[in-house]
Design a protein around this ligand. Structure first.
Ligand SMILES: [Mg+2]
Length: 231
C-alpha cells in the first residue's frame, strides 16, 4: 500500500459532526456574521444572488442589500441542505473563526491520530476525500482533539474533483496523486463510495464506527472497526 484515501464523517470522526455541530454553529452565528461583515462579503453576496436567480425554490423578492434577508436566505439554504458555493464560503469563514477561537474542535476517533502518524512514518501518502470543502477539511485537521494534525495530511480532495459515488472521481484522484489505484486504500462508511472506488481499481475497507448506519451486507469490501485493523 502506498496511499490511504480517507473519508471523514463516519470514518475518522462521528457521522453527525457536520450536521450536528458545524451546521448549527454556522446557522446560529449567521445573522451577526453577515451584519458585521456585510461590505467585505459583497462579492460572495453577488454570487449568492446569481445562484438564487437560477434556483426555482428561491423567493425572487429577497433583498440582497439587506443583511437580515441575506442571513435568513443563507439559513434556509442550510436547512434545505443546498449545495451553494456562496454559502460554503460564508460557512467556511464562520467555522474558521470558531476553530481559531477553540469553540470548535474536530472530534477524531481515538485510534486515528496514532494510525495516521504510523502510516505517515512508513512513508505512505495520506489523502482525504470528503464532501466538505477543502478549506473546511484543512481547518478540521488543524484543530483536532489531538491538536494540529495537518502535517500528516498530504492531499485534500472535495467534490470539485467529482462526486464521491462516481468511479471517475477516484481515477482522477489516483492520477493526481501519481499512484496506481491498486496501491491506494480507500476507507469510508458508505457502500456506494466504496463501490465507486473499487470500480476504479482501489482497495477498499468499510469503517464500522459507533453511530454509523448498520450495514448487513458489506459486499466485497473488507470491514474494519478502527484504522489499526488495517495493519
Ligand atoms: Mg462518510
Amino acid at each position: 500500500m502506498k496511499a490511504l484515501l480517507l473519508d471523514i464523517e463516519g470514518t475518522l470522526a462521528p457521522l453527525d459532526f457536520v450536521h450536528g455541530t458545524l451546521f448549527p454553529y454556522s446557522a446560529e452565528r449567521m445573522a451577526d456574521f453577515v451584519a458585521n461583515n456585510f461590505n467585505a462579503l459583497s462579492v460572495t453576496i453577488e454570487l449568492l444572488a446569481s445562484e438564487a436567480r437560477s434556483d426555482p425554490d428561491a423567493d425572487d423578492r429577497i433583498d440582497f442589500g439587506s443583511p437580515g434577508e441575506v442571513a435568513e436566505y443563507l439559513n434556509e439554504l442550510i436547512a434545505r441542505d443546498r449545495k451553494s458555493t456562496a454559502l460554503k464560503e460564508i460557512q467556511g469563514r464562520i467555522w474558521r473563526s470558531g476553530f481559531e477561537n477553540d469553540e470548535l474542535t474536530a472530534p477524531l476517533f481515538d485510534d486515528v491520530p496514532g494510525a495516521l502518524a504510523r502510516s505517515h512514518g512508513r512513508g505512505e501518502l495520506i489523502a482525504i476525500f470528503s464532501s466538505g470543502s477543502i478549506l473546511a477539511q484543512k481547518l478540521f485537521f488543524s484543530h483536532t482533539t489531538s491538536g494540529d494534525l495537518s502535517g500528516l495530511v498530504d492531499a485534500y480532495f472535495d467534490t470539485t474533483t467529482g462526486p464521491k459515488r462516481e468511479p471517475s472521481s477516484y481515477i482522477k484522484i489516483a492520477e493526481m496523486l501519481g499512484i496506481g489505484p491498486a496501491d491506494i486504500f480507500f476507507i469510508s462508511d458508505m457502500l456506494a463510495e466504496l463501490d465507486a472506488a473499487a470500480a476504479a481499481g482501489m482497495r477498499t475497507a468499510l469503517a464500522l464506527r459507533p453511530g454509523n448506519a448498520v450495514i448487513n451486507d458489506p459486499g466485497p469490501h473488507r470491514c474494519i472497526g478502527t484504522l489499526d485493523d488495517l495493519e
